[in-house]
Design a protein around this ligand. Structure first.
Ligand code: KG4
Ligand code: ZN
Length: 364
């Protein structure tokens, strides 16, 4: 069922981006982004080397009204034109989630529109349907500062978590590596730049979980191994930092390839009739070129297509929330105004709880 054409405002405030967007979804399920306003708080948190929840919540309160207004203005619509108001209701830093969800409830009530309480992870999971019209089922690799998961996306609201990190998220591992080596926050881009100059063969790092069955990840042992190597050669020269980053990046790429490889095999055996299987990659770490190249190689060797939405739609944004809201609205999956803000909210309710999964914590 596709439903009729809808126009949805989406609000995202679960971490350090204050974002709002208006998205249209036509009766055939095609989406159009009418506006997508993202205000990053990176500068507010940089001095602390990670996201500080109290600072984030206050910054969302200060910015959200004008971000929403900017999204409405850019789309050229008024609240009466909307078919629904969607907001991230979790998982995430609870102060920020409450700011966005409460604002969405107030707007929905005032305009007499339905509310859609969206799971942030569902927003990431469905973005590839907005950008590329990907059909169900498909695999999602979500690699951000707060999440590292491999999900089977069967349909709207139908997710199976096949793998997750048992400790740090991959983006967090990049950020902690950067901090350890004296590189600026956010660490991912800084580590990638340093790695491009470094020699990946100089330091041998362990590849946690690689070769083990299943699709789970672990990065905390790698962080410790990196610290030991760094301490052994300290004080660090620029070349040492470059080499350590190159080793780190090559190691995490190998680990991700290994874990994803298992998911591809499992997908093949569960869906032998799907001729053009797809893996979608999302989250800020998806910007990493070495990781993307590694994934590309792994997928093409196994006959899978890699879909990576444009960077601005891989990182946190309002369009993914508006789109998830539109997909839900088309199926009449709306929420009432008592919908709770949830710090933890795994997409796959049946998956065993795992430390570090299903929640975006402070990255410091
Ligand atoms: O999805 P995102 O913008 O925010 C959330 O965490 O939800 O992801 C941010 C994370 C940070 O940990 C950042 O260091 C990492 O993505 N990142 C990268 C790169 N660009 C951003 N990691 C590796 N390489 C990059 N080029
Ligand atoms: Zn996210």
């Amino acid at each position: 069922m596709t439903g009729s054409s809808v126009l949805v405002l989406g609000i995202e405030t679960s971490c350090d981006e204050t974002a709002a967007s208006v998205v249209a979804r036509d009766a055939d399920g095609r989406g159009t982004i009418r506006s997508n306003v993202v205000l990053s708080q990176i500068d507010d948190h940089a001095a602390f080397g990670g996201v500080v929840p109290e600072i984030a919540a206050r910054a969302h309160v200060e910015a959200l009204d004008r971000v929403v207004q900017a999204a409405m203005d850019e789309a050229g619509v008024g609240f009466a034109d909307l078919d629904a108001v969607a907001a991230t209701a979790g998982p995430g830093l609870i102060g920020g989630v409450i700011v966005g969800l409460t604002t969405a409830k107030a707007l929905a009530l005032a305009a007499g529109k339905p509310l859609v309480a969206v799971n942030h992870l569902e927003g990431h999971a469905l973005t590839a349907r907005l950008t590329d019209g990907v059909a169900f089922p498909y695999l999602l690799l979500l690699v951000s500062g707060g999440h590292t998961q491999i999900l089977l996306v069967r349909g709207i609201g139908e997710y199976e978590r096949w793998g997750t990190t048992i400790d740090d998220a991959l983006g967090e591992a990049f950020d902690k590596t950067a901090k350890l080596l004296g590189l600026p926050y956010p660490g991912g881009p800084a580590v990638e730049r340093a790695a491009s100059r470094g020699n990946p063969d100089r330091f041998a790092l362990p590849r946690p979980m690689a070769g083990r069955p299943g699709c789970d990840f672990s990065f905390s042992g790698l962080k410790t191994a990196l610290r030991v190597e760094a301490e052994a050669v300290a004080p660090l020269s620029d070349a040492d930092v470059d080499d350590l980053c190159a080793a780190f990046q090559r190691t995490v790429t190998a680990v991700v390839r290994d874990r994803v490889g298992h998911a591809l095999d499992r997908f093949r055996s569960e869906f032998p009739d799907i001729t053009e299987p797809v893996l979608v990659v999302a989250g800020g770490v998806a910007a990493n070129k070495a990781l993307r190249a590694g994934l590309d190689a792994e997928l093409s060797a196994r006959g899978f297509r890699l879909i990576a939405p444009p960077h601005a739609l891989c990182t946190d944004n309002g369009a993914m929330i508006a789109w998830a809201g539109a997909e839900r609205l088309a199926l009449d999956m709306v929420d009432d105004l008592s919908a709770p803000a949830r710090p933890r909210w795994p997409l796959d309710q049946l998956a065993a709880p795992m430390i570090g999964s299903g929640q975006k914590g402070a990255k410091a």
